[in-house]
Write a protein that binds this ligand. Structure first.
Ligand code: GDP
Length: 432
């Protein structure tokens, strides 16, 4: 049985916490896309951790953590991350890395930086982790698969071939130092030795695991609006953030994915550039940013302050639809307890017409938010475990949003810890 945890919006919805929670019942947790460019924040009995590459199952003894073929694998960062958790007394996790995963090369990170420098103010707000150059090379068929590290002859020939092409761009477009093939080869030998203990034919491993009835959890990074096809292109990430891609990025049949948990935050936040219709500014935004998440809304990887906004029903309905949501996890609801009134974006006005359908990027720039204001509940709801015990206005907020997005909110998160969760019966459950 396979479940997926994915985001409905721009990322940072609290997927890490939900995955960590659901991982309790999982035998295997898999990362299937993205790289070390985004992060999950997890609070558990070992402390507070920011994970970038490792799946959120690494804190349990009973789970196997897998880095699937769809991931942009940065080998030294993975090694550092393993060390950072074992240094803090987390038992050594069982980790497998797909032999078909491709490697983020040192020059990918450099190209990312050089390109942002070249674009200046017109940059995409990249985290400069090499993700876009990595995926460009993957689809241009000049990427390096983990398996290739173990074929010396192939590796040497390919390093020389790729360096020749990259060096033209380094010299003429960026005016930067050239790649020295012998040095790159040495680096790849180091990578080979680091990754060797973890390499696995992951799709064969999963085939066997699924036949044996194991529970598998797919862990998505970012959210629908950052998907290269269905998101706010070009202000998107370079690999698909949709649950459907989990089948490809892990190497399993699509019909195995039975439950799709789409995580939505009770307000909005976004990192990087791009349209964000329900965005707020000034003191209102500063206060929500300061109170948001667990210790403020700042990027887990970059530390950048996140852009803030009210809940966006238009974007979230679309985000849930593209994910194929079976359950919505509604997170950080506790944070809104300070507000007298809470605006919710229920429509976009584009050229004088109001729509609830999320438009293409060209139109999105023109969209103005239409807000409906709901009363706040003005209490701290942390510690509540029973939905009926939430203040009436708080329940009204949840139910109003459920009605607007049309997908069942079956899980409400009211604090950063594993147990800060309320399970809820939804009349919408089973209607999709
Ligand atoms: P992810 O990338 O989707 O995992 O999101 P983040 O790592 O940015 O997580 C959002 C932040 O909110 C983290 O600091 C979490 O610890 C925190 N968090 C998650 N759920 C809740 C919640 O229900 N309430 C509060 N206050 N914080 C939460």
């Amino acid at each position: 049985m396979v479940k997926a945890v994915v985001g409905a919006n721009w990322g940072d919805e609290g997927k890490g916490k939900i995955t960590d929670m659901l991982a309790r019942e999982a035998d295997i947790v898999i990362r299937f896309q993205g790289g070390a460019n985004a992060g999950h924040t997890i609070v558990n009995n070992y402390g507070k951790f920011a994970l970038h590459t490792l799946p959120s199952g690494v804190f349990y003894n009973h789970t196997t953590s897998i880095i699937g073929n769809g991931v942009a694998l940065n080998i030294p960062i993975l090694m550092e991350e393993i060390k950072s958790i074992t240094d803090r007394n987390v038992p050594v996790p069982k980790i497998l890395v797909s032999d078909r995963a491709q490697i983020v090369m040192p020059y990918h990170v450099l190209f990312d930086q050089y390109e942002e420098e070249r674009l200046g103010g017109k940059s995409f707000g990249s985290t400069k982790s090499g993700i876009a150059p990595f995926y460009s090379d993957k689809y241009a068929k000049i990427g390096f698969q983990v398996s290739e590290l173990f074929d010396e002859e192939l590796l040497k020939e390919k390093v020389e071939r790729v360096a020749e092409q990259k060096n033209v761009i380094l010299e003429h477009l960026y005016h930067k130092p050239a790649i020295v093939p012998a040095e790159l080869l040495d680096t790849l030998h180091e990578y080979r030795d680091m990754i060797k203990p973890y390499v696995c034919d992951v799709s064969a491993y999963l085939d066997e695991a699924l036949r044996a009835g194991k529970n598998v959890l797919l862990e998505g990074q970012l959210g629908t609006l950052k998907d290269p096809d269905h998101g706010i292109y070009p202000m998107v990430t370079s690999s698909s953030t949709l649950a459907a891609y989990g089948a490809i990025g892990a190497g399993m049949p699509p019909y195995e994915i039975k439950e799709i948990y789409t995580v939505c935050k009770a307000y909005s936040s976004s990192v990087g550039a791009g349209a964000f219709v329900s965005e707020i500014f000034g003191d209102e935004a500063d206060e929500l940013r300061r109170r948001g998440g667990d210790g403020g809304e700042y990027g887990a990887t970059t530390g950048r302050p996140r852009r803030m906004g009210w809940f966006d029903c238009v974007a979230s309905k679309y985000g849930c639809r593209l994910q194929g949501t079976t359950d919505v996890c509604f997170t950080v609801l506790d944070v809104l307890g300070y507000l007298d009134e809470i605006p919710v974006c229920t429509g976009y006005e584009i050229d004088g017409e109001v729509t609830t359908q999320f438009p293409v990027t060209a139109k999105l720039g023109k969209a103005k938010p239409v807000f409906t204001t709901l009363p706040g509940w003005k209490t701290d709801i942390r510690g509540i475990r029973n939905y009926e015990e939430l203040p009436e206005n708080c329940r009204r907020y949840v139910e109003f949003i459920e009605e607007q997005i049309g997908y069942p909110i079956t899980l409400v998160s009211n604090g950063p810890a594993r147990d800060d969760v309320i399970y809820r019966k939804s009349r919408l459950k089973g209607t999709k």
